[in-house]
Design a protein around this ligand. Structure first.
Ligand code: PMP
Length: 447
């Protein structure tokens, strides 16, 4: 364990020599400062190793991260995910209170009394499990009601539930895309989209670059049976918005289908919280709308909405739907309640936006580079993996939890910490977080 009294900048301790080692791959015991997770998970040098060796190398890497206090995975929460959360501290074994800037539960609906009550009532009526896939006996009237409500919510003809957002993207895309189809995806889409596109030809275009998208659309004309453009309403690591109205126009003009992942925009954008499609005035104008229950809707699971025929196709052809147990009744009930709350309690969304504006103003005033963030997600650009890890450790020691985003999640030159704001955060908590962030960022020469 490193001395906890050392300051933030000494936790980086990187030199030109370190930098050279890091590039040329250090030999001997693993020093996590010279390696990235990528090397142990996907890099080709792992391909010929026996399982035992792969496990051993990754373990040694993680042990070194822990020793340097750079291990920021799998924190142990002992209660709800509020603005102030309780964690089990690994070093002391004690429960500590932290300001939570790592939650996607933007409206705090996972802890709303009405969502909790609805989920308890559904568990009592339907049981704790669903017993089978929806294709068998796992489907209930509650599931069907939620599908109807989500179709209305997105202004689409029909909707379908999946037990995770990740599984939804994989299940929808892998069912749609075949060898003669082309997926055309923004370079910043979530890993679940990439995973879903694996079995078909795929082209990526530079993030939010309409010209680059149009070039691919023009060049790929008449070579494929179908072309599917996939974008997100709000990008999960950048917090910026897709220029959605223009993308819809381009897709139509070039006869391509469009799939929009509203994971981080549902509940946050649009006058009634229906996402970026509502925000841009084109609700119902996107071919396939994808979403998750795990962010603003305060639960877990995913959904897709579109034409009646598309949904019927997925009901039969999407393996992640057909061969996986259905969404829990407690989840369906709490999401139905969350949709009602979005309509009936707009003050929660207003509180979120007051916090977003307050925190964003604070970050900008301190001189942080937060890219083009325009949502509840703020990337604080650091552009150095080691500094990201050190900054996260220092903030944690001050009772603040943030998400590190390093290679291979993003290219190292774009590494950052990701801060997310929720409606329940108090101004004094945000003030404290901003003050400590500025303090450590100055020590690390980030600002
Ligand atoms: N899409 C996007 C854009 C996401 O950010 C995520 C998760 N962060 C998912 C899909 C997967 O959703 P879930 O976590 O609910 O499985």
């Amino acid at each position: 364990m490193l001395d906890q009294s050392e300051n933030c900048s000494s936790r980086v301790a990187t030199t030109a020599h370190d930098e050279h080692d890091r590039r040329t791959k250090a030999t001997g015991p693993i020093d996590s400062r010279h390696s990235s997770l990528h090397e142990f998970l996907v890099a080709s040098q792992q391909d010929s190793l026996a399982f035992a060796e792969r496990f051993e190398q990754l373990s040694a890497y993680v042990d070194d991260l822990v020793r340097r206090r750079h291990y920021h995975y799998r924190r142990v929460r002992t209660g709800g995910s509020a603005g102030l959360a309780r964690l089990l501290d690994r070093d002391s074994g004690r429960v500590v209170e932290v300001i939570n800037l790592a939650s996607n539960d933007y409206l705090d609906l996972s802890r709303h009394p009405a969502t909790i009550a609805a989920s308890i009532a559904a568990t009592q009526r339907y049981g704790a499990g669903t017993s089978a896939s929806p294709a068998a006996i796992g489907n209930t009237d509650l599931h069907e009601r939620l599908e109807r409500e989500l179709a209305a919510f997105t202004n689409c003809e029909a909707a379908l539930l999946y037990s995770s957002g990740f599984g939804m993207n994989c299940g929808v895309l892998s069912a749609l895309l075949r060898r003669n189809d082309l997926a055309i995806v923004d370079s910043c889409v979530h890993g679940s989209v990439m995973e879903g596109c694996r079995g078909a030809p795929m082209r990526t275009f530079a993030h939010n670059d309409l010209d680059a998208l149009e070039r691919i659309l023009v060049r790929s004309r008449s070579q494929y049976a179908n072309r599917l453009v996939v974008v997100e309403g709000v990008y999960s690591m950048d917090g910026d918005l897709a220029p959605l109205a223009d993308i819809v126009r381009l897709a139509r003009r070039h006869d391509a289908m469009l799939m929009l992942d509203e994971a981080h925009s549902t509940g946050v954008f649009g006058a009634r919280g229906r996402g970026t499609a509502e925000h841009f005035g084109i609700l119902g104008g996107v071919d396939i709308v994808a979403g998750t229950f795990s962010k603003s809707l305060g639960s877990v699971g995913g959904f897709v909405a579109g034409s009646r025929r598309l949904i019927r196709y997925l009901q039969m052809a999407s393996r992640h739907y057909v061969f996986s147990a259905s969404v829990l009744p407690s989840v369906a009930a709490s999401v139905l309640e969350a949709l009602r709350i979005l309509d009936d309690e707009p003050s929660i969304r207003e509180r979120l936006w007051r916090n977003v504006e307050y925190f964003g103003r604070g970050l900008r005033a301190l001189g942080f580079d937060i890219g083009a963030s325009a949502s509840a997600i703020f990337p604080v650009m650091v552009r150095d993996d080691l500094k990201v890890k050190a900054l996260c450790s220092c903030l944690y020691d001050d009772g603040i939890v943030v998400t590190p985003v390093v290679f291979p999640g993003v290219p190292e030159k774009q590494s950052r910490i990701r801060l997310s704001v929720t409606s329940g955060l108090e101004p004094k908590q945000m003030d404290h977080a901003l003050e400590r962030l500025a303090h450590h960022a100055k020590a690390l020469q980030i600002i």
